[in-house]
Ligand binder design. Structure first.
Ligand code: ZN
Length: 420
């Protein structure tokens, strides 16, 4: 089906949004963590209303929700699940997002891309081999002095453009579509005040992923382990046979961790144990570790390994006291998503209809979609096209953004086709 183009192109929209500083901030008590995120939230609510999404509004926490009503004949409409599309407005606290000057590198001809504002910032093909696939496309970057903010303003622009397309093409039949824009995802609070009932979707997709064609619905199983180590403090001048040094006990534990099971030596489906904090002094030390694996059985092995290390080191230092506690942080979202196979099946079909081969990629971390899925709204993640997130060399091809819009529109239509 030939569709009427959107009133504003996804690129123009994206270029407008990235210029608005929406950086979030770690470790603050207020929500959202920064006022400035609301500048974009308010703007999105207003633009949605201007497009014809009459109920679009921002709630007290900054969440923007809106409804694209079904255009199916009465009776058919009730049978089609309500599908939501979600992205986050904030950008990473890691790199400045103030005064972003986007650069469009037209008709990219291959090779490394040097950013004009800082020649030290180079997007290298060896690091981002996907670049080679995008020859002839237009690549958007920052000028090298800030991040670009494709994470996640690409998703925002793509969803907004898809809404524009759905409203401008009444021949595309779809059920009720909800859109949601959220603050503070980058500081781990994106779903904190997400009102699932007000949002009102049966299923949703976040549009917050990476390269062309990616669907993500597998995250790590994540656990946190804490060793509390008690030594015996004695003046070192008179310490013979008395002192038990908790610092040395902690070091002994860390030394025994397998070298081939750390974040710096693993990738893809491999899990890791990551000691990330040692705190204290010779009398008492706290040692914290992250346990990560896609497979629960291997998490159990990691737990058993830590317990074994605890026992062995305890035997070496019988007068010290070592306790170990392991707590769940989050579970692989796959266990939830598999409850509704149509979510991934239809997403794959939407991607194929856009002429792309879908690719299941793994999230070596958590996502808002994972949290939402465990709260009851099953939410896989779709590609935006962006890469090198959270850095000054963040980049995204315009034509992949256009494909993302197409996939969202296809997905709305497919859910109606299959279930009406
Ligand atoms: Zn993101």
């Amino acid at each position: 089906m030939d569709l009427k183009p959107p009133k504003e192109s996804v690129l123009d929209r994206f270029l407008r949004y990235v210029k608005i500083d929406t950086q979030s901030q770690e470790d603050v008590d207020r929500f959202p963590s920064t006022e400035k995120q609301l500048d974009l939230c308010r703007m999105l609510a207003e633009e949605l209303r201007e497009m014809g999404v009459k109920d679009a509004s921002m709630d007290e926490h900054g969440y923007v929700f809106g409804t694209v009503p079904s255009n199916l004949p009465g009776g058919a409409e009730e049978k089609v699940p309500v599908i939501g599309f979600i992205s986050h407005v904030d950008t990473s606290p890691a790199v400045s997002g103030s005064g972003v000057k986007p650069v469009v590198h037209r008709d990219y001809q291959g090779g490394d891309i040097v950013l004009p504002g800082d020649e030290g910032q180079v997007i290298r093909v060896v690091e981002y081999p996907n670049l080679e696939k995008y020859k002839g496309m237009d690549i958007v970057t920052s000028d090298g002095t800030t991040l670009l903010g494709a994470d996640n303003k690409a998703g925002v622009a793509e969803i907004m453009t898809a809404v524009d397309m759905l409203l401008g093409n009444p021949d595309v039949k779809h059920g009720t579509i909800k859109v949601g824009f959220t603050p503070d995802e980058e500081v781990g609070n994106g779903t904190k005040y997400f009102d699932l009932k007000a949002f009102g979707a049966d299923f949703a997709y976040t549009v917050d992923g990476g390269p062309l064609g990616d669907i993500e619905f597998e995250t790590f199983n994540a656990f946190g382990a804490t060793f509390k180590i008690e030594g015996i403090g004695v003046h070192p001048g008179y310490a013979k046979d008395k002192l038990v040094n908790a610092v040395k006990i902690a070091a002994e534990i860390v030394t025994r961790l397998p070298k081939d099971m750390s974040p710096e030596t693993t990738e893809g489906r491999e899990g890791y144990i990551h000691p990330y904090l040692i705190e204290g002094q010779n009398e008492e030390v706290t040692l914290k570790l992250l346990l990560r694996d896609f497979d629960m059985a291997r998490i159990e092995e990691q737990k058993a390994l830590l317990a074994k290390i605890r026992d062995e080191v305890q035997e070496m230092f019988p007068r010290g006291k070592i306790s170990l506690e392991v707590k769940e942080s989050y579970l692989n979202m796959r266990y939830k998503i598999e409850e509704e196979p149509r979510l991934v099946e239809y997403a794959e079909e939407a991607i194929r209809r856009a002429g792309i081969e879908p690719n299941h990629s793994l999230v070596r971390g958590g996502t808002d979609g994972a949290t939402l899925s465990y709260k009851g709204l099953l939410t896989p993640n779709l590609f935006t096209g962006g890469e090198a997130f959270h850095s000054k060399i963040e980049w995204i091809p315009v034509q992949v953004m256009e494909k993302s819009v197409e996939v969202i529109v296809n997905l709305a239509a497919i859910w109606a086709e299959k279930t009406a």
